[in-house]
Write a protein that binds this ligand. Structure first.
Ligand code: 6GU
Length: 240
């Protein structure tokens, strides 16, 4: 078994594995549960300055990544018969969701192109079948941090990575709801008690309290998730 194979194309390969080299993901990387290869896009430029970008067609600010350089970089790490999905990290992409993360984790790996500057020539998106993915409605200086986010979310779901830490379907977003609040010792902190139900020993009451709190926090903070959850039939919701 080869494990989950991640290939990242970037002009900043030194940003990888970065935070994914420590903790759970780092141990899983060392043990071969997954592999990470960061490729310097500039290695596929042809001029002596290793140029990867040029001015936008039609005018305007900034620079756009060239499709010819990107094509050579993609083809070097992901030949035509590669079955791994190819993602382009860009704020104009479809928002990353936990179902998409789960789908990626169930596959052979992923190829991630990190956009920089004003974006990439759109022809590469079509010609190499790139799925444009965003991690939220704000702008990062490049796709690298977003790629780290995608890989962190995916790697923690790979078999054996989380071990006993796995909170499975009780964590935020796995049931389409935000998570209930959590408490631990001390029993009294700055005059505030833990909600008594949590120390009652009544597991059914605890489960009911948690579910109620999850519904409440989701309705308050995420009307979009609340709407989707409410529209699902009781049978389509996760148990609990
Ligand atoms: Cl994937 N890239 C960049 N540059 N900014 C983002 C993003 C991605 N997702 C949200 N903002």
């Amino acid at each position: 078994m080869t494990g989950f194979r991640a290939s990242v194309l970037t002009i900043y390969p030194e940003m990888f594995p970065g935070p994914l080299g420590i903790s759970l993901a780092g141990r899983a990387l060392q043990s071969g549960t997954w592999s990470l290869e960061a490729t310097q896009i500039r290695d596929f430029a042809t001029d002596k300055h290793r140029t990867v970008d040029d001015t936008p067609a039609g005018g305007g600010p900034g620079m756009v990544m060239r499709p010819d350089v990107l094509a050579r970089a993609i083809d070097a790490v992901s030949p035509a018969d590669d079955t791994r999905p190819r993602l382009l990290m860009t704020p104009r992409g479809r928002p990353l969701t936990q179902p998409r993360v789960r789908e990626l984790a169930g596959g052979p790996g992923v190829v991630i192109l990190c956009g920089r500057f004003e974006g990439v020539d759109h022809r590469i998106v079509e010609r190499r079948g790139l799925a444009e993915v965003s991690i939220g409605d704000y702008v990062l200086s490049g796709g690298e941090v977003a790629a780290l986010v995608v890989l962190d979310a995916v790697v923690r779901l790979l078999p054996g990575v989380m071990g006993n830490h796995t909170s499975g379907d009780t964590e935020s977003h796995e049931a389409g709801l935000l998570e209930h609040p959590q408490y631990t010792r001390p029993a009294l902190f700055e005059g505030e008690e833990i909600p008594p139900v949590l120390t009652s020993g009544d597991h059914a009451k605890v489960a009911l309290w948690r579910k109620t709190e999850a519904l409440k926090v989701t309705r308050e903070r995420r009307p979009d998730l609340w709407e989707a959850y409410s529209r699902r039939g009781p049978g389509e919701r996760d148990p609990g």
